[in-house]
Design a protein around this ligand. Structure first.
Ligand code: F6R
Length: 609
């Protein structure tokens, strides 16, 4: 959701900025722009649409000179996507330019005040207001750092803001609050970006900027300040990913690559915790004593992360016999929930989702301890939670999550198992058996990947469907919800998931001739019932498909498509059942000519409400 980049060094900045923006494309955007300090002036080039347009306008960046600059990909919030609304924005004299990610909530009030002071506005954006506010304070105090700290004191909302001043031709200034920002350094150059992939090609040494910290990027390095403009020390973090981890590596799309990475991601995430025959949570920060204190869980997340919470609820209640509540982070944060000392688990790939971050803060305010299951190291949620379980998914570029979801699932299983062991709700032999099952998941996932062509063929037969339903009971329902989201977000086909038992309570009236209904069937005691529901939809004209574990008995006739998944412990079946559903969504998206990795209107990291 918006991307920002910045560079100061010896090289020409524009190609580096464009390259960085390209790496942030996955975040979602509808316009882009760059601003460079060049021979005492600020040059700004902006374009609506894809980055390709900006590349063409600037001859790949060669046409815009300067060794210091900032860049932006915009995902419209205030004002339609247009060249005028695109960032960077500047003051009237073009002596200050800024790019911004986030939302300035009190921008209308600030705008009015600035208008009273003689400012005019050319765009509908909150960023132009932010830029002119910085300009106002710069003119008032003549100090670029003070201008930024005064800005921070006046605005409400979230921002990652980078500013260049004509008066400081070799410096980029930046500040953040609740929007991600990292700064990298290498060989006398400094790089700024919303996310690591943008600068990975140049450096693996980064600083994670804290909330309300100001950064001054110069050729000699970076200096950090607090809002009182006192210098603060920060530690450099070494990134362990390779640049290739954020490349397609021969796959047609990032999503396809990421689906194929799931066996490894699952293995790495399990091995993070499962060592020498034991589940050790010391790196997470949780001791056995902490586990003993757990009397209940509240799991919060958005989208697919919330769906992982749904699976975790079934698995943890079953294994560890503690009450588990799963809530959409966007709802939890505004409720006045009754809590009772529970541990709050916040699940998030990016670690930056605004609602999940707010839910963590709400939980802490209510006096609860928080555990983050997060993929991005150093992200806001990871830093604010009391304990952090880092999933080992590596960079996930495709907007639709696949491998991060799978990593979150197994993180959840290890947590549930550990809790069960500590609470003595499972026998030792059952515990050992389940650990074995966990370790066997990667191999079974490999097997499933090899069945993708069957799904591709079925997708080709169903590409014109208008409605697709997914049904299941228990864990199968939780997977159905994820399968349905995957399908709708990248194929743009309408889809819903229902707890199979709910069909008769209204939904079955939606079934028409040719509606496609998927049944997820991995839970032996429940599969027969779901199968009956599936057959009932067929009697009303539906085309029916099943994703079923090997051991589930299916009728010889009547099903239009069957995909078998290997046997595992039923509690872990979501990890396998989701794979065919991911492939189904992927192939339908490809067949329909959609932009698989960057579906319309969506952004990878939802840093605003
Ligand atoms: C769906 C998807 C989203 C995210 C959601 C939360 O494919 O990716 O639903 O799961 O936006 O994002 P994170 O996990 O970054 O908090």
């Amino acid at each position: 959701m918006c991307g920002i980049v910045g560079y100061i060094g010896k090289e020409q900045a524009a190609p580096i900025l464009l390259d960085g923006l390209k790496k942030l494309e996955y975040r979602g955007y509808d316009s882009a722009g760059i601003a460079l300090l060049n021979a005492g002036d600020i040059d700004i080039v902006k374009a609506k649409g894809r980055l390709k347009v900006l590349y063409e306008m600037t001859d790949g960046g060669k046409a815009v000179k300067g060794t210091c600059g900032i860049g932006h990909t915009r995902w419209a919030t205030h004002g339609e996507p247009s060249e005028n609304n695109a960032h960077p924005h500047c003051n009237d004299e073009k002596t200050i330019a800024a790019v911004h990610n986030g939302i300035i909530e009190n921008y209308a009030e600030l705008k009015e005040k600035l208008i009273k002071r003689g400012y005019k506005f050319y765009s509908q954006t909150d960023t132009e207001v932010a830029t002119k506010l910085v300009d106002y304070y710069y003119k008032k105090y003549g100090d670029p750092l003070r201008a930024i700290s005064e800005f921070a004191l006046r605005v409400r909302g979230s921002y990652a803001l980078a500013v260049i001043y004509k008066d400081f031709p070799e410096t980029v200034f930046a500040i953040r609050k609740d929007s991600p920002m990292i700064i990298g350094v290498a060989g006398g150059a400094a790089y700024l970006a919303s996310d690591v992939p943008a600068i990975l090609k140049y450096t693996k040494s980064v600083y994670y900027v804290d909330n309300l910290q100001i950064a001054r990027l110069e050729r000699g390095g970076v200096t950090f300040f607090n809002l009182d403009r006192e210098e603060v020390e920060k530690e450099i973090v070494k990134i362990t990913w390779d640049a290739e981890a954020a490349e397609k590596g021969g796959f047609e799309h990032f999503m396809l690559k990421e689906i194929h990475e799931q066996p490894k991601v699952v293995k790495d995430t399990v091995n993070y915790i499962y060592q020498n025959g034991n589940l050790g949570f010391s790196e997470v920060g949780l001791s056995d004593k902490d586990f003993k204190k757990i009397n209940g869980l509240i799991i919060v997340g958005c989208g697919s992360a919330y769906h992982v919470g749904l699976v975790m609820q079934y698995v943890t209640e079953d294994l560890a016999r503690v009450p588990v509540r799963v809530e959409l982070a966007s709802e939890f944060r505004y409720r006045n929930p009754v809590v009772n000392g529970e541990l709050v688990i916040a699940i998030s790939q990016s670690g930056e989702t605004a609602d999940t971050l707010a839910a963590v803060r709400a939980a802490k305010e209510a006096g609860l301890k928080t555990l983050a299951i997060v993929n991005v190291v150093g992200s806001s949620i990871a830093r604010e939670a009391d304990y952090v379980f880092y999933t080992k998914a590596g960079p996930e570029i495709s907007v639709a999550t696949t491998k991060a979801y799978s990593a979150q699932l197994v993180a959840g299983y290890t947590f549930a198992l550990k809790l069960a062991k500590i609470r003595k709700t499972i026998e030792d032999n059952e515990y050992s058996k389940l650990l074995k099952e966990l370790s066997a998941l990667p191999e079974k996932l490999e097997l499933l990947l090899s069945q993708k062509e069957q799904i591709q063929k079925f997708a080709a037969k169903t590409m014109d469907k208008k409605d697709v339903f997914f049904i299941g009971r228990g864990v199968d329902y939780a997977v159905s919800v994820e399968g349905s989201l995957k399908l709708k977000e990248i194929s743009y086909i309408h889809s819903e998931a229902y707890a199979a038992g709910e069909l008769k309570h209204g939904t079955i009236s939606l079934i028409e001739n040719g509606t496609l209904v998927f049944g997820v069937l991995t839970q032996k005691k429940l599969a027969e019932k779901t199968l009956s529901n599936l057959v009932e939809t067929a009697s009303r004209g539906a085309l029916i498909a099943a994703v079923a574990s090997e051991g589930i008995t299916l009728p010889e006739k009547g099903l239009d498509f069957v995909l078998r998944i290997p046997e595992t412990d039923e509690r872990f079946a979501a990890s396998l059942a989701v794979i065919p559903l991911q492939f189904f969504a992927y192939y339908l998206s490809v067949l329909r000519g959609n932009d698989v990795d960057k579906p319309r209107n969506l952004a990878k990291s939802v840093t605003v409400e």
